[in-house]
Every structure is written in structure tokens, then in C-alpha cells.
Ligand binder design. Sequence first.
Ligand SMILES: *[C@@H]1O[C@H](CO)[C@@H](O)[C@H](O)[C@H]1NC(C)=O
Length: 358
Amino acid sequence: MRSIISLAAVAGLSLTSTIVSAAPVAKRDYGSVFPLTDGFPNPSASQLQDIENRAFGTLSNAPPPGTISTDGLTNLKLIALNELFEVAFFTELVANLTNKVPGYDLGYGHDFVLQSLEAVVAQEELHTLNANGALKHFNAAPILPCKYNFPVTKFQDAITLASTFTDVVLGTLQDVIQIFAKNGDDGLARGVASVIGQEGEQEGFYHVLQNKRPSTLPFLTTGVRDFAFTAIQSFVVPGSCPNINTIPLKTFQPLNVLGTPSAASTSIQFSFSASHAGTSDWSKLSLVYINQQNLPVVEALQSVSVSGDVVTFTANFPYAQFEMNGLTIAAVTNGAGPFATADAVAQAAVFGPGLIEI
Ligand SMILES: *[C@@H]1O[C@H](CO)[C@@H](O)[C@H](O)[C@H]1NC(C)=O
């Protein structure tokens, strides 16, 4: 086993390479990475065995329950959509590391990081096959992969992105388990809980690679399915998802977080599109933060300015009062609540999710 210090050295090395690498080039469209050479997302029996070998474990051989609620089916569809996106991302990241493309040659520690991420790819493949397999079992169509576009050209930025979307997943799977529980789908809750832990192990690794504490918070930030559904689509080539329309979740208009908020920030600047606001009376809108398991924090829009279709504003950021570490999900809502739950925020949201990591 390598020590944390040597992993931190990996992070340091790639930070150095960040400085010397060229300015980001325009993103090319990768097209579809699927099907993978191992047959995913439709591996044969022997290909599945190979995936399990590389994942260091197997799909569960226990049958899923006999019935599922409609909302439970939506859970499985969202999980499949998300896991397909993760497989695409980590497959591309592993390819970049394997080929040592500029920005992805880590020097010392390279092989350890590469081998760890190769296991992640296979493990995410099994997460997808688990969800899509359950959908088939319940006579629902499996979710098909999209084409993706990831806004990163350097290892360190790729890990920052992985860490952020894994945090979103860690919050969303809390919502998934609660919805299973509410609808009598208790037979599916345990398997999802096992995946939360698995993604949490990954998150700890991504933190170390960023020179951060492995464990973020005592209680991780919660999420709502609609926010994850919207966030995933921001990495998708528009119109490239064959059956995303079978997932009955809400897609919000984008909320942009401007600048890089930190523990020292007392306010944060955001922007959104005026024509999608449904009002031009900005006092009717609020900025809401979701962090940890706390009640959502509601703030007024301040210093609002409109330029063409872009509305820019600031909102107070009560970092110190609530120790708002880790992931914070921001949304612009109609009305000022108060909101009892993250779900109530999503019900009233117009723009979101703005993803903030401290
Ligand atoms: C892989 O590298 C290419 C070329 O720099 C880049 O466009 C792409 O976003 C990278 N993907 C990941 C996941 O790092």
C-alpha cells in the first residue's frame, strides 16, 4: 500500500504539469464510447465474468423482489442513466492515463492511480448492469447510453469533476432509498445502500488525490433526483440519449455559479437566463442552499443586474454559521419558502443545481 503522502505527491505533480500545459483547447465530441471492448452495456456471459474479475466482485445472485412501485422504477432508471455516464467518464479517464495524453502523465504513482481507476470502471459497469437488469426483470426498458462531453483536459480537473459528481450521487442515492422506503420497495434499499458506501470509498480516494481530507462531513449533503437528472444532462450531447424521455423527472434551467467559492466567501455570485425566469420581478425569487442534513437556507437575490438575457446577482453565503463544507446544492426558487426539505426546494425550483464544493 502506498501512503497518503505519496498520493499527495501525485496530486502535487499533476498540479505542476497543470502550469506547463497549454491553454484548454475547444472540446471535441468524443461520440459514443459504447459498446466497450468488453461488450458493455450488453456483455455476453463470459464477458460479464471478465468484468467481474476486473471489478474484484460479482453482481448479486439473489433475485430482485417480485414487484416494484412506479416511483421505484424511476429510481432504477435514474441510477442506470447516471452509472452509464460514470462508465463513460472513467473509461475516457483511464484511456487518457493509459496513453499518457498531455495533462494525464502523473509520473510517480501513475500505475497505482491507473489500476485503482480501472477497477472503478468495471465496478461502475456492474452498478449499471444491476440497475438495467432490475429494469428488465420488472419488464421495463433498460436505459441506453448517450454521447457525452466532459469539460476537462487535465487529470487534476478530471478528479475535481469526478469528486463533484460523486458527491451529487452520494446525495441522490439518499433520496432514492427514501423513495423506495415510502413506496414499499424495501427489497431494493439494501443494495443501493451498499452502492452508497462504495461511491463513498471512491470519494475518499478522489479527496486524497486533491490533497483534501478523505472524509468530508459528519453527515453528507442530501440531494433530490431532479437535480441529479439535470446535472447529468449537462455532460450529455443534446439529443443523444435514445430513451431518456422514459425517465419522468424534471429538468431545470441552468444556474451558473460564478467564481470559485471558498471557506472565506461570505457571498456568492450567480447567473441565470432572464427569459426562463417566468418573472422579471426578481424579489419573487430566492436563492436556496442545500448542505448536509440541515434545513435548506433561503437567501434574497442582491445586487441584481440584467445584461441582455443574463441576470447576475449575489447571495449571502452563511458558510461560517452552518459549517457548509463539502457539497452545497444551490437553486433559485419561486418564493422564499421556508422549505422543510430538499424535496420542497426542488418542487419550487426554477434554476439549478448550482454545485459548490468547499
Ligand atoms: C481525455 O483527454 C481529452 C484530450 O485532452 C479530453 O478532451 C477529455 O475531456 C479527457 N477526458 C477525461 C475524462 O479526462
